[in-house]
Design a protein around this ligand. Sequence first.
Ligand code: SF4
Length: 290
Amino acid sequence: MQDLTDEILELIRRAATDLPPDVEKGLRAALENEAPGSAARGALETILKNVELSRANSTPICQDTGTPIFYVYYPEGWNTRKLRAQIETAVVQATQRSYLRPNSVDSLNGKNSGNNLGGQHFPSLHFEEVEGEALTIDLMLKGGGCENVGAQYSLPNSQLGAGRDLAGVRKVVLDAVHKAQGQGCAPGILGVAVGGDRGSSYYASKEVLYRQLDDTHSNPELAALEQRLTEESNLLGIGPMGFGGATTVLGTKITSLNRLPASFFVSVSYMCWAYRRRRMVWRDGQASYS
Ligand code: SF4
């Protein structure tokens, strides 16, 4: 089997140091929406300057390089045990080169492993066999600050007056954004999963963050809710880094999963402005990145 360690290292470098074009475009549009001389505009100017410098110097976009979350879609015949080993080796090398900060800490004694490895779940790896010849690896670096303000709701929620329908979904998502305030490093991007069990719901709320910021949901009802949630979040006035202003959220992405009749979970994964996600496709012996 092909050794992809070098290619995966390059994927990590790109994710950590080069913000995707759709995200940068969203940040630039947000900048134009903020009043000249405002703290919000100043924050976005600093963020964008930082994005340019990080790209030019191959240095991390943010000091917290987050949890590396890999989604691997592999064709028949690939060995996931070997792929895991290659990904882990690439993660160690990326840490040595300072693309990643050593972030993996033993929860019981606080000891940092120093290389971003740690048990079965750090880095976070998900494998799925797919049709065809191409192997695709998606990588997201999910910062701690924004992860801390993620939330899961079990509907109905009487406190928020949220029932088991899309109106209820709207209420709890706005509640999550309001509670996050500036702590999620706004402007954020909302990954929302409706349904599933608690585990699959959170998983899907992160997976949906791989969609492009400017795409439109194929389901018109969910497309309308995505747009409405973005607009209403931006009316909360939290603004970039919580400084107030017009842009609290750059976009909202929703997915829905089947659920048990007894349960109705809504999971919100809040992604910060440092929306680091990159894709590598390995086809015909060559890697391409986007
Ligand atoms: S939440 Fe995001 S932008 Fe804020 S410190 Fe963490 S990784 Fe950096």
